[in-house]
Design a binder for this molecule. Structure first.
Ligand code: BG6
Length: 477
């Protein structure tokens, strides 16, 4: 869907996220004709740079993070012509008038705050009090959105003092992933699954976000967060909500977000015995979490697995198991909906049979697999075997499966004014309301995280979380 010319004002324009994701994402949208000519990217940062120097920096980022740009020199040239730079010390008072002059009041202005949350308040109030922001303005913020409920409330208050909720776009980049959106299509555009999507038919759900990288280079931030704050409170929570929510009455941002909030509010408190925290520990000292975090005595978790119950009619009796960690065997994210067994089995040889399951793969190889049981071919008796119906989106859709990074989608939704894939303020606060007591319990008196080998599947006790209930985790990778 084409959009009108806009001004995207990028605070933190020389930072890592801007270089790796935001600028390459905008270039891709420009290359397919979605970012119209006349749209402008106004970079701002504290460095004293002129336009030519900033353009050169953008050029270098694109060559590194959007390598196809090098082969599209005419296009690249045009894209770079849309780039401006204004020096702004976001914590200071001086540079705002220059910024005001650079912005067009009559187009959509997206203020993208790719900076520390400590600056959100100052930027928002300067934009408002100096008349830079208008009814055409949108403000985009990144995670971490708070460290706990109190800090998330403060951030919400800072933003809402200056902008209406319909102008605030809180990014959780997992919502921009194609398969995550497909989960809604799968559930609500097909009649096949909805009758089965409840505790009568679903035995349990497993949500795994496994990463093979460690925390090298981000140790300082990560050590203050851990897997619970960095991944569960936001990304895994979003996956859980989309899997568990009731069908919204229509596909509007508030109808969808209302249903997600209801799921979070229905989460039951998690017992400490239903949580396993882990920390990767290599043989010898190098390569361990503490080493990467620069904190030899850290008790921050780089892995977490937990059993979560949703206290409502649809899901009572169907646990959701969540698992995420760094330095695991493979990078692999998926949602597995495991169905109950048939009530009565008539086949004597059950060896080849496993429960039916629908596996929704987020990465790599986005797609959906349906696990079924068939008769093993051949005359040798009646033996059962497992087969999968596999649909990889790239194959199924051929050329139509245009690869798109989550950020590209989300940035264009901001320009379009569609908040469906962004977190509403009450949603973020509800997620912290659930997470805070869980974190407090281990911060007060909980055991230290269990060690696990880099390149493995996490600590042993995480396996037990399911084994003790006669279930098992899916293999990672
Ligand atoms: C970020 C976390 O939000 O998501 C990182 O801060 C994590 O720790 C990343 O690595 C994972 O995102 P993706 O898209 O690579 O799965």
């Amino acid at each position: 869907i084409p959009v009108d010319p806009f001004d995207l004002i990028l605070f933190g324009a020389t930072g890592d996220l801007a270089r790796r994701k935001i600028l390459p994402g905008l270039f891709h949208r420009f290359a397919v004709g979605q970012m119209p000519e006349g749209a402008r990217i106004i970079g701002t940062a504290r460095s004293a740079m002129n336009r030519a120097e900033f353009t050169e920096a953008v050029h270098a980022s694109l060559l590194e993070f959007a390598p196809q740009a090098a082969k599209q020199s005419a296009l690249l040239e045009k894209f770079l012509a849309s780039v401006e730079y204004v020096r702004v010390d976001a914590g200071g008072e001086d540079d705002w008038d220059t910024l005001a002059e650079a912005i067009r009041p009559d187009v959509v202005q997206a203020f993208y705050l790719s900076v520390s949350p400590a600056l959100f308040g100052s930027i928002a109030s300067n934009l408002k009090s100096r008349g830079i922001a208008s009814a055409n303005s949108r403000v985009v913020v990144e995670k971490p959105f708070g460290h706990d409920l109190a800090s998330a409330r403060d951030l919400n208050a800072d933003l809402r003092r200056n902008f209406d909720e319909h102008q605030i776009y809180r990014i959780d980049h997992y919502l921009g992933k194609e398969t995550v959106q497909n989960l809604m299509a799968l559930r609500f555009a097909n009649a096949l699954w909805e009758p089965l999507w409840n505790s009568t038919h679903v035995d349990h759900v497993q949500i795994t976000v496994a990463e093979s990288l460690g925390v090298e280079g981000r140790g300082e931030y990560y050590d203050r967060s851990g897997a619970m704050r960095d991944m569960v409170q936001n990304h895994l929570m979003q996956l859980l909500c989309l899997t568990a929510m009731e069908p919204p009455s229509r596909f509007t941002s508030d109808a969808v977000r209302d249903e997600k909030v209801k799921v979070i509010e229905a989460l039951e408190p998690v017992a400490p015995s239903d949580i396993v925290r882990g920390q990767y520990r290599a043989q010898g000292s190098a390569g361990s979490y503490c080493d990467h975090a620069g904190n030899p005595h850290s008790s921050t978790e780089s892995f977490i697995a937990m059993k979560v119950n949703i206290g409502n009619w649809r899901w009572a009796g169907t646990p959701f198991y969540l698992r995420t960690g760094k330095k695991l065997r493979a990078r692999c994210s998926e949602i597995a909906v495991v169905f109950r067994d048939p009530p009565h089995m008539i086949f004597p040889d059950m060896d080849g049979r496993r429960s039916n399951a629908m596996i929704i793969r987020l990465q790599p190889d986005e797609g959906i697999t349906l696990r079924n049981t068939i008769k093993e071919p051949g005359p040798g008796g009646f033996r059962l075997a497992e087969v999968s119906l596999d649909m990889t989106f790239a194959e199924a859709l051929g050329g139509r499966a245009e690869p798109q990074d989550a950020y590209e989608r989300l940035i264009m939704d901001v320009i379009r004014g569609d908040q469906t894939l962004f977190m509403r303020g009450d949603e973020v606060e509800a997620a912290w309301t659930w997470a805070d007591p869980i974190i407090a319990a281990w911060e007060d008196a909980g055991p230290a995280p269990s060690p696990y080998d880099p390149g493995g599947a996490g600590p042993e006790d995480a396996l037990m979380l399911l084994h003790r209930e006669d279930r098992r985790w899916r293999e990672i990778g």
